[in-house]
Ligand binder design. Structure first.
Ligand code: ATP
Ligand code: MG
Length: 642
């Protein structure tokens, strides 16, 4: 692939950055001392006895013996330091309603809900599931749970009753917090009925706490079980005395996106996780006191746990939280929000960037985006073409793009640049952060030579690492630790290669790696080549079984011109284009024009479902799919193509 450009940190940015170049060497010299120093950025009620303990490997223990309260770190201590009037949240609802919440106001609400949860019988260690849109109340609920030591699990508000039921049952939750309704692309729809369906017959659910959001007038109600949020809070005092919890006390359970199969509920704990979340948020996004930070992820995704909730709040950041769809009521909604609040830092996702690209550079050009000084990307590998578009048309060519590779399992960023230090290469998440070690190896554990695809592994423990899969510790060991048990390396499940400078290029999921006549090719590299063609808006590449070559490459593409469906020349044009950019072996044998691609709710392309299609298999887990119609359409296009 063509990877010519290196983008050094702008000098002015580097001169003022929070983190300077020495940090890599400092952390490498003694990673445990480095993380202990970062843990010192937090407020501890009791210091730890030991930074790291591997007696129960692969369940690690960090900062053992230490005690702290996450909510105190995220809210109280900023008020105590005299920043009570600082805006914590600029919240904007989908219909355009707005709320500004200071840290002092946040503290009052978190305290009230902490009392309220106790009134409802919730105790430390109990699970609380949140089935809410992106509301101020959602943030308050996560902090109130942390304050009393309850383990929170957020479920995307757009999930079905079935998907919710699985998570409520899996966690054995005592309390469900839901809303009366929610806005979906401009329309208010009821959700309480779905919440009721999800908890029906689950004896462990004692109460359903209901936030009034849309003012639905037909909210189904179960007397004795259901409680209105506003009525509960009204009767609680605004002061709450926090307890402190062990560094290894569970903080939340987050379910993976389900891109590769049934979602896993990863358990994250208190001290190590908060250390990793807090330091990386401060370093990656170069947080300054007058920044207005915006991570656009839904609160239910791990991205927002770490980089909306625990990271930014622990750092006392001022942030924007937006409830709705990025395209409602118009495709420029995000740019309008950036302009309105003077957003300085915008953390987004490749799927959204590609959507903006379809509308052309005139979309962002219609807004004043001059407040931006830093951009971020997460969720998938960002195609170099999309990186450059974001850099130029949204960031005005002046903002570093921080591409962060990480997972629900890693808790926080692992491979990502430091914006004032690391030279960027569009499409690469660059190198492991200070205090983290990752590399690319073959199945035997030998590092692959530059340019050769292998398995991405994390080779040393890190504080944000998940401790287990909730209720299925075997799956935790089997999925991540068994393959390189001897070396004690963590298998990420993603394929990658390193370049001559040691930069890591994520190539896709291990299961999605293509094997063509013995050549291992990365799905992302091929897709990026296709997306760089002027007629292609999006692409998904999968390997279909082939008697002669092992696999043959099938490319599903969405064209920019809508004219591609029966365009015989397009396939030939794209084959020639890929041959030129990647090599003749990478030429797609088949090109199928589609109008949509199956994606997870968090916007990731689900290649496995398309691979199943081309192999004539069915029955893959589709519970995380955004829109089943997209898969049906791909199926129809595939049938017509055959
Ligand atoms: P499941 O594990 O259930 O299949 P998932 O892996 O999609 O779901 P997440 O933990 O939300 O669930 O996503 C992490 C994955 O997202 C990574 O393993 C990687 O494949 C992809 N990813 C995230 N950020 C990046 C990035 N910056 N570059 C490349 N890939 C990324
Ligand atoms: Mg995963």
């Amino acid at each position: 692939m063509q990877r010519p450009d290196v983008v050094p940190p702008p000098a002015a940015f580097a001169a003022q950055a929070n983190v300077g170049p020495d940090v890599y060497a400092q952390a490498a010299a003694d990673p445990f001392a480095f993380w202990a120093q970062q843990a010192g950025r937090l407020q501890w009620d009791r210091p730890w006895d030991q930074v790291f303990d591997d007696a129960q490997w692969p369940t690690a223990r960090w900062f053992d013996g230490g005690r702290l309260n996450v909510a105190v770190n995220c809210v109280d201590r900023h008020v105590a330091a005299g920043h009570g009037d600082r805006v914590a949240l600029h919240w904007e609802g989908e219909p355009g309603d707005r709320r500004t919440v200071t840290y002092a106001q946040l503290l009052a609400d978190v305290s009230r809900l902490a009392h309220g949860l106790t009134e409802l019988g919730v105790e430390a260690g109990d699970r609380v599931v949140l089935y809410l849109p992106v509301l101020v109340e959602t943030v308050v609920a996560t902090m109130a749970c942390a304050r009393i030591g309850a383990v929170v699990s957020l479920v995307f508000g757009g999930f079905s009753a079935d998907a919710l039921r699985f998570r409520v049952a899996d966690t054995g939750a005592k309390l469900l917090i839901a809303s009366d309704g929610q806005f979906r692309r401009g329309t208010a729809v009821g959700v309480k009925a779905a919440a009721d369906e999800a908890v029906a017959g689950l004896a462990h659910v004692e109460h359903v706490l209901v936030v009034r959001r849309t003012g639905q007038d037909d909210v189904p109600w179960t007397a004795g079980r259901d409680v209105w949020w506003h009525e509960l809070l009204e009767r609680q005092p605004a002061h709450h005395e926090p307890a402190s919890f062990d560094a290894e006390h569970p903080l939340f359970i987050v379910y993976t996106s389900g891109t590769t199969g049934r979602p896993k509920g990863l358990v994250h704990t208190t001290g190590g996780y908060l250390t990793h979340a807090s330091w990386t948020h401060w370093a990656l996004f170069d947080l300054e006191p007058d920044d207005v930070y915006w991570c656009q992820a839904d609160l239910a995704w791990v991205t927002a746990h770490t980089y909306v909730l625990y990271g930014p709040l622990s750092n006392g950041a001022t942030q924007v939280v937006y409830e709705g769809s990025p395209l409602t009521p118009h495709p420029g909604r995000h740019f309008e929000v950036i302009e309105r609040y003077g957003v300085t830092t915008y953390y987004t996702a490749p799927t959204l960037v590609r959507t903006f690209m379809k509308h052309g550079p005139q979309l962002p050009a219609g807004y004043d985006l001059s407040s931006l000084r830093l951009l971020g990307s997460v969720g998938e590998a960002i195609n170099p073409e999309a990186w450059r578009w974001l850099h130029e048309h949204v960031g005005g060519g002046r903002c570093p793009v921080v591409d962060t590779w990480w997972q629900s399992e890693t808790g926080a960023a692992v491979v990502a640049p430091l914006p004032g230090v690391t030279a960027l290469k569009p499409g690469s998440a660059t190198v492991p952060l200070p205090g983290l070690s990752a590399t690319v190896v073959d199945d035997a554990g030998t590092e692959t030579p530059p340019g050769v695809e292998g398995n991405l592994v994390i080779t040393a423990p890190w504080p944000g690492m998940a401790r287990t899969v909730w209720g299925d510790h075997d799956r935790f060991v089997r999925s991540y630790w068994a393959p390189y048990a001897q070396q004690r390396w963590y298998l990420a499940g993603d394929s990658a290669s390193k370049d001559d400078d040691g930069y890591i290029w994520i190539g896709g999921r291990i299961d999605d790696v293509l094997n063509i006549s013995g050549h291992r090719l990365s799905s992302i590299e091929l897709e990026s080549a296709l997306v760089a063609h002027p007629r292609v808006a999006e692409a998904a590449v999968v390997g279909a079984p082939d008697d002669i070559t092992g696999q043959r490459i099938v490319a599903f593409v969405i064209t920019r011109d809508d004219a591609g469906a029966d365009d015989a020349g397009l396939a030939e044009e794209l084959r020639a284009h890929v041959a030129l950019r990647v090599g003749a072996v990478a030429k797609p044998r088949e090109v199928v024009v589609v109008t949509d691609l199956p994606k997870t709710r968090s916007g990731k392309i689900m290649r496995r479902l398309m691979a199943d299609l081309t192999a004539g298999r069915g029955g893959g887990d589709t519970t995380s799919l955004t829109d089943p119609a997209a898969l049906d359409a791909v199926q129809d296009a595939w049938t017509a193509h055959r």
